[in-house]
Design a protein around this ligand. Structure first.
Ligand SMILES: Cc1cc2nc3c(=O)[nH]c(=O)nc-3n(C[C@H](O)[C@H](O)[C@H](O)COP(=O)(O)OP(=O)(O)OC[C@H]3O[C@@H](n4cnc5c(N)ncnc54)[C@H](O)[C@@H]3O)c2cc1C
Ligand code: SF4
Ligand code: SF4
Ligand code: SF4
Length: 423
């Protein structure tokens, strides 16, 4: 086999060019490929050389080398929205647009694919839903990488059977699904979430072990985002329920910078990502020409006070921290959004003002030196202690500081409101 003509990770071994979407494994008719975890816990395709017939199909369907984004079109419209219905935003990552779309598909008799966090293995993977009762399984952001398993094949079979399908995932997963299918299907709708990277699945069980030890209780219903306690906080929030002897004890919310995984995952630490998949540092799927029919994310960089050239309506301004950014990227996306418009208060904003955050704009990020040290030291030191040692921080103190800051600002807001109403 002249492997020189093949450009994908399978043949080059270059990890920076493999997002782990799994399209190659699912397309190989010889079952010569399987996804296996490397020493950092990230899944990569591994070839059983004896089974491979050198057909090159896997290489031709790799989205890292085959471009399948939607071409820039007049259908691309961007919006900032909020929802007044607590039911949507409280349990969701942002305001629940993905959940509204999933609900619509399931009510129409279609099926929905999304990311599930399994609390037995503490891994994330994509699952297929056909019952609205299960919708909570795919809600909220899981920041560890989700395995697509054999869902691309399941989607293909659903589509061939005439079933309406909604697939939600990271842009690299949507790109992988599209290259896997290799043709357009009218019944397939896709949502890509704005994504700055995923951390290693290996860290999740360690994260849970950290909290289990700290609270001396079993952790259940783990989430990375919450609006339950710190309602007006924009940052991430690790939250879970504590159980003892099978009985619910209490609900816990901790600021992102007090979670070992979150701390190393940009935003909450020093702004650098130390635990991402290698391909995320030079992600080729971060672009304005999106992969899904619809894109959903947080409105980072879009300021209420017109600093960014966007003046939001009063209604949207008053709902600070309960807002999402989303776009329709295709005609299908446009049609689909009309079905959930009545659940949203929204305002259209110009495309060039919408996609301003780093997670939508291509740019190589340096792979920090501490990343390798973090992964290679995990066997020697307890996770929390290792993060505190490497980053010279105190995770619990980080939460205490956040709590003081948060409640001070809440009290200030109340005083302002009282003074204002007395005038
Ligand atoms: C790994 C990751 C990184 C992100 N980075 C950014 C960012 O930098 N900037 C930004 O604006 N927004 C980012 N987001 C998106 C944001 O956190 C919300 O997921 C998004 O706004 C959707 O919110 P929602 O309320 O509509 O979703 P919900 O209604 O809560 O539904 C969650 C949806 O996200 C999908 N999902 C959750 N976890 C994963 C996962 N690991 N892999 C694939 N799909 C998943 C589910 O399938 C589901 O459809 C990121 C999300 C993830 C998962
Ligand atoms: S070259 Fe063909 S047989 Fe070999 S792994 Fe790729 S798809 Fe499978
Ligand atoms: S198809 Fe996906 S998993 Fe396979 S090599 Fe390409 S990026 Fe990696
Ligand atoms: S940053 Fe890019 S490669 Fe990494 S998970 Fe997100 S879309 Fe995929």
């Amino acid at each position: 086999m002249d492997i020189k003509k093949y450009k994908s990770y399978i043949f080059t071994g270059n990890k920076t060019t493999c997002s782990g979407c799994g399209a190659c494994v699912q397309v190989c008719k010889r079952k010569a490929l399987s996804m296996q975890a490397d020493e950092e816990g990230f899944l990569y395709p591994v070839m059983d050389v004896g089974k491979c017939v050198h057909c090159g199909l896997c290489d031709s369907r790799c989205p890292e080398i085959k471009d399948k984004s939607n071409s820039v079109s007049s259908f691309q419209h961007c919006y900032i929205a909020t929802t007044k219905d607590d039911k949507y935003y409280k349990e969701s990552a942002s305001i629940g647009i993905c959940t509204m779309l999933a609900e619509y598909f399931l009510q129409k008799g279609g099926v929905v694919y999304g990311c599930f966090l399994d609390e037995v293995s503490w891994t994330s993977y994509h699952i297929r839903l056909d019952d609205i009762k299960d919708i909570s399984k795919i809600r909220n952001s899981k920041y560890l990488q989700s395995s697509t398993q054999l869902t691309f094949k399941q989607v293909q079979s659903d589509l061939l059977n005439g079933t309406l399908v909604l697939y939600t995932g990271t842009p690299c997963q949507i790109a992988g699904l599209k290259t896997f299918l290799n043709k357009d299907f009218d019944d397939l709708y896709t949502v890509d979430i704005i994504c700055h990277g995923v951390f290693s699945p290996m860290l999740m069980p360690l994260e849970v072990k950290y909290w289990t030890k700290l609270f001396g209780a079993e952790i259940r219903n783990f989430r990375f985002r919450s609006k339950r306690v710190y309602k007006h906080s924009n940052g991430g929030m690790v939250n879970f329920d504590l159980y003892k002897n099978g009985k619910f004890k209490r609900h816990v919310e901790r600021y992102a910078a007090s979670s070992p995984s979150y701390f190393c995952y940009a935003y909450s630490g020093n702004g650098i990502n130390y635990n991402l998949r290698l391909s995320c540092y030079s992600c080729k799927f971060k672009e304005q020409t999106r992969y899904g029919d619809i894109t959903v994310g947080d409105p980072w960089g879009i300021d209420d006070n017109d600093k960014n050239g966007v003046k939001l309506t009063e209604e949207l301004t008053s709902r600070n921290s309960i807002r999402s950014l989303y776009s329709s990227n295709t005609q299908k996306g446009n049609m689909l959004l009309k079905e959930i418009n009545q659940k949203l208060v929204f305002q259209e904003i110009p495309v060039e003002k919408a996609f301003v955050q780093a997670a939508v704009n291509y740019g190589e990020r340096e792979i920090p030196q501490l990343r390798e040290i973090l992964f290679s030291s995990l066997k020697e030191k307890e996770y929390g202690k290792l993060v505190e040692y490497l980053f010279k921080c105190d995770l619990e103190k980080n939460h205490k500081k956040f709590k003081i800051r948060y409640w001070k600002s809440e009290v200030k807001k109340i005083i302002k409101r009282v003074l204002f109403s007395n005038k």
